[in-house]
Design a protein around this ligand. Structure first.
Ligand code: ZN
Length: 209
């Protein structure tokens, strides 16, 4: 039998073995989970001595479960992240252990990292979509029409608001004709600059009635 690799002394001064598989070294810790159930909530704990393998498996399972079971109540929105924060200590204690040896019973399978499991992937997908819905409209080019001198428009808003739409100059809907900005006078309205196809000031001049 090979000698176990060097490992830090357990905190109790005696060798503790994993309560799941019996391997050493192990560390005594509490792994937490949370379930929010709309009207009730459950705080889950698994306490005991964990070897690195079984502890990692327990941490990953409870954290991942919290990620999809933890949010379904008003208080749980706060309890779930606090639970996961509290697990950071347990996780680092478990991860600081060397590889376990001498297990008497089967060890738990650590499985995939929390971030590679469906609950975390689903949450990240939702976050990406939410972020995308904020960012993408800013990337879509402005669909505001542009005009040049001589065009005729109507305003679908109340001046000084401008929601201009091009209409045929002979159409009864035509309210204003567009002229260059340096010819603005009287009751003309200066157009928002982004209505200008050439980025020059334009005026809306009332059609003669
Ligand atoms: Zn174990």
């Amino acid at each position: 039998m090979s000698t176990p690799p060097h490992h830090p002394l357990p905190p109790f001064g005696s060798v503790v073995s994993c309560h799941i598989c019996g391997a050493i070294p192990a560390v005594h810790t509490v792994v937490r989970g949370h379930q929010g159930l709309v009207v009730t909530l459950r705080f889950l704990t698994e306490e005991g001595a964990f070897c690195r393998t079984c502890g990692t498996a327990t941490y990953r399972r409870m954290t991942s479960d919290t990620l999809w079971q933890g949010w379904w109540g008003l208080l749980s929105v706060f309890a779930a992240p606090v639970t996961m924060l509290m697990n950071i200590g347990a996780r680092s204690r478990i991860r600081s252990l060397p590889h376990p040896v001498g297990n008497l019973r089967p060890q738990l399978a650590p499985g995939r990292r929390v971030l590679a499991r469906p609950p975390a992937l689903a949450i990240m997908t939702v976050l990406v979509l939410a972020l995308g819905s904020l960012v993408v409209p800013g990337l879509i080019p402005d669909t505001r029409p542009t005009f040049t001198a001589g065009d005729c428009v109507r305003n679908n808003a109340e001046w000084p608001e401008q929601d201009l739409e091009e209409v045929g100059c002979s159409s009864p809907e035509a309210e204003f004709w567009i002229s260059a900005g340096d010819k603005c006078w009287g009751q003309d309205w200066l157009l928002y600059l982004d209505y200008s196809a050439e980025n020059k000031p334009l005026c809306a001049h009332p059609m003669s009635k």
